[in-house]
Design a protein around this ligand. Structure first.
Ligand code: PMT
Length: 229
């Protein structure tokens, strides 16, 4: 049996972007690389957890010792997350597209030199809010991320309340973050951990170090496993 502070726990993590198809060759996406979410999955596995990682399209290897579910769209990500429950803790690091196209064209849209097409959008399900509001299978600890470009902590606090999660990890994804390659895509992050107790400002560190620190906090919050009776 695995040893470590998360031994016996199931931890569910989302990572990466989603791709929302426009037609067979085009999609809507964002700059998430999956580095932060995958680092959290690797750290949780090293801490002894059984880990399910639901990942959008990324150019990263599957982390060792982790069960990876590969998905493309937000709706597929939601289905994979629901199928992976129950979990003791769930950490939502994916950059899920808020909107998808209202319909997907069956054939490649042709440039005909006349009208420029307009994309009609539809709202995607909110995976974090859906899981946080579950009445029966809600993980004990639900952790969201907040990617903001201004008023990072204030917006993230509002997001924590609105989405109903326990903690929010807020990060600044603007060009002002000063992080090489940006927080989205780069190798470092500087986050604010927002809980019911308040806000902690964690110094800039590698995504692996942020992941290790977060996983240690998750293990402390879940506490030791109850002895089998
Ligand atoms: O992947 P990297 O390049 O390493 O970059 C890391 C990161 C910047 C993507 C990551 O640290 C991060 O901030 N992830 C959340 C990105 C995001 O989409 O944040 P948001 O503020 O839009 O969403 C808030 C929360 O709701 C997130 O936990 C998100 O996963 C979740 N969400 C959002 C929309 C949606 N339809 N479903 C969701 O579950």
């Amino acid at each position: 049996a695995p040893a470590g502070p998360l031994a016996g726990r199931h931890v569910l993590i989302t990572s990466g972007p989603t791709h929302e198809p426009i037609d067979p060759v085009r999609y809507i996406a964002n700059r998430s690389s999956g580095k932060q979410g995958h680092a959290i999955a690797a750290a949780a596995a090293r801490a002894g957890a059984q880990v399910t990682l639901v990942s959008g399209p990324v150019n990263l290897p599957d982390p060792q010792g982790v069960a990876v579910r590969h998905v493309e769209t937000a709706r597929e990500m939601l289905a994979a997350v629901e199928a992976a429950l129950p979990a003791d803790a769930a950490i939502f690091a994916a950059a899920v597209a808020d909107w998808r196209t209202a319909s997907e064209a069956d054939e490649k849209m042709k440039k005909d030199g006349k009208a420029i097409p307009a994309l009609a959008l539809a709202e995607n399900p909110d995976i974090l809010a859906t899981v946080a509001h579950l009445s029966n299978r809600r993980p004990r600890l639900v952790v969201g991320f907040a990617a903001e470009t201004q008023d990072v902590v204030a917006y993230a606090q509002a997001k924590r309340a609105r989405k109903g999660c326990d903690w929010i990890v807020a990060n600044d994804v603007s060009r002002r973050s000063g992080i090489e390659g940006g927080v989205m895509g780069g190798d470092e992050n500087a986050v604010h951990l927002i809980t019911a107790e308040g806000v902690e400002h964690w110094p800039r560190a590698s995504k692996a170090d942020v992941a290790g620190r977060l996983v240690a906090r998750v293990a402390a919050a879940l506490g030791p496993m109850e002895a089998a009776s």
